[in-house]
Design a protein around this ligand. Structure first.
Ligand SMILES: Cc1cc2nc3c(=O)[nH]c(=O)nc-3n(C[C@H](O)[C@H](O)[C@H](O)COP(=O)(O)OP(=O)(O)OC[C@H]3O[C@@H](n4cnc5c(N)ncnc54)[C@H](O)[C@@H]3O)c2cc1C
Length: 461
């Protein structure tokens, strides 16, 4: 259904607030389906993922891992001296790539016929938006404003930096604390440690990566410690004070005691909140959850007709491919009459810590909660590369199988390229593969991934 007609009462068929993952996808598809579309953006094209998320993060992970690769190379006969790392080169090359991607997004939108309006958008009435003094009307409005780092509130928090600023650090800190227990904190700690910073991760909970499989959480904690990251769980930052030499005195407390650390930088990654401030939601009575995220139905419709929301701002699964899929589904629904059937089951994810985590399907705890009767397969081993690399790193794999249907309900891995490996396995899981399908698949030798099709003995209950 194309709502655009010559004598249209509105300026646009669709007005999108936010040119991030979800907003760009929704506007591009809507425009290609014949709608008249504009998108407002007040910071950067491509949103969090391109500018201060997935892309720069992964480039930093690549950059930092070379350190270990050079070490590993010695076991294979290579020798070299005078190895040097230059932070500014990595940071600036990353920024150059991000800017190239900003340009690509500009082109993608332009070529699709989407009008880009630079500025902060605010809802002022149903079907009406203000962009810095300009009033615009639209039949449909999509809020795709994403999320923003949450700030802690202890004294001295102004001396800390958030995940956005991490990507533009002027100098690489010699000593650093990363605060948080989510995947972003874990990835940042891995990057900084691998770049040679004296790195401590401080988290108030008993173990990081809540919602990941328990075995995976313990295994990656061990691996990170083997690589030199100090992990301080059940520990809270109480205050930060800046010293004359520019270093930070950080007071941390646990049940046992209070301690003081002196570091050059404290990076906070304690979670993200929906970016809704100043959007005008309250005035229109748009329903929000307690944490501010926007409440929508299965069609991404808010309680106000014609106003939709998706991506991080609705607080479902805060991942780029999810925002993309939601944006595509909404555009096809509004302008092609297609039903929205967003399926949030079995979405594979990776954590780009070192080594990586890759995961799809249920954790063991979740499968037990759902009363499945389970067969669990586990394997941990030293990957072939590290038999002579001299690097102490191990790989872990786990399969969670439903005893009754024989379906594989969950697959978890900690090891090099776990994200790449699990992406392939996710297709099998989505297709409903059984343990017998895994068993009858011939492995690729020698790989680590072949272990997934050769695990024969379940762990004893
Ligand atoms: C450090 C980090 C690492 C991440 N790594 C991964 C990863 O490896 N894999 C993965 O899948 N996901 C990752 N994510 C999550 C991913 O970036 C987000 O889930 C995704 O970007 C959400 O897309 P979105 O469209 O909802 O919002 P965003 O991409 O954040 O886009 C929102 C846009 O709206 C703009 N905006 C906000 N308010 C207004 C306004 N009032 N007017 C105009 N414009 C406005 C913002 O400037 C922004 O550009 C990471 C996130 C972070 C922070």
């Amino acid at each position: 259904m194309n709502t655009h007609t010559e004598n249209h009462p509105f300026d646009y068929d669709l007005f999108v607030i936010g040119a991030g993952s979800g907003g760009v996808r929704a506007s591009r598809i809507a425009s290609q389906l014949g709608a008249k579309v504009a998108v407002a953006e007040d910071l950067y094209l491509g949103g969090t993922c391109v500018n201060v998320g997935c892309v720069p993060k992964k480039l930093f992970v690549y950059g930092s891992h070379f350190h270990e690769d050079f070490e590993a190379a010695k076991g294979f006969g290579w020798s070299f001296d005078n190895l040097k790392f230059n932070w500014e080169t990595l940071r600036d090359n990353k920024t150059e790539e991000v800017e190239r991607l900003n340009g690509i997004y500009d082109n993608i939108l332009g070529n699709a016929g989407v009008e880009i309006i630079r500025g902060t958008a605010r809802l002022i009435a149903e079907n009406t938006i203000d962009v810095e003094g300009r009033t615009i009307t639209a039949k449909n409005i999509l809020i795709a404003t994403g999320s923003w780092p949450r700030k802690p509130n202890y004294p001295g928090v102004e001396h800390t930096i958030d995940s956005n600023a991490f990507f533009y650090l002027e100098k690489l800190p010699k000593r650093v604390i990363v605060e948080g227990g989510g995947y972003i904190a874990v990835e940042f700690a891995g990057i900084l440690n691998a770049l040679g910073c004296d790195t401590e991760l401080v988290y108030r909970g008993p173990l990081f990566l809540r919602n990941f499989d328990e075995d995976v959480r313990h295994f990656i904690a061990e691996q990170m410690q083997l690589k030199g990251v100090k992990l301080s769980f059940n520990t809270q930052i109480q205050s930060v004070a800046k010293q004359e030499d520019g270093s930070l005195q950080v007071s941390v407390g646990s049940a046992e005691q209070n301690e003081v650390r002196v570091v050059d930088s404290l990076i906070t990654a304690i979670g993200r909140e929906p970016k809704v401030q100043g959007l005008g939601l309250e005035a229109l009575g748009i329903e929000q959850k307690q944490n501010g995220s926007i409440v929508v139905d299965d069609n991404f419709q808010t309680n106000v007709p014609g106003i939709f929301a998706l991506g991080d701002v609705i607080g479902r699964m805060q991942l780029t491919p999810v925002a993309l899929a939601e944006g595509m589904a909404l555009a096809r629904h509004l302008f092609n009459g297609q039903a929205i059937n967003m399926d949030y089951e079995n979405i594979a994810t990776a954590v780009f810590c070192q080594p990586n985590i890759g995961t799809v399907g249920y954790t063991e705890a979740r499968a037990r909660e759902l009363n499945y009767s389970l067969e669990i397969y586990k394997s941990s081993f030293k990957p072939m590369k590290h038999t002579i690399s001299g690097i102490e790193e191990f790989t872990f794999m786990k399969l969670i199988v439903d005893k009754d249907s024989r379906k594989v309900l969950g697959v978890h891995m900690v090891g090099p390229d776990a994200g790449e490996i699990i992406q392939g396995i996710a297709i099998a899981i989505k297709a409903g593969a059984t343990k017998e399908d895994f068993d009858s698949t011939i492995g690729i030798h020698p790989t680590a991934a072949e272990e997934f099709v050769t695990m024969r003995e379940p762990v004893k209950e």
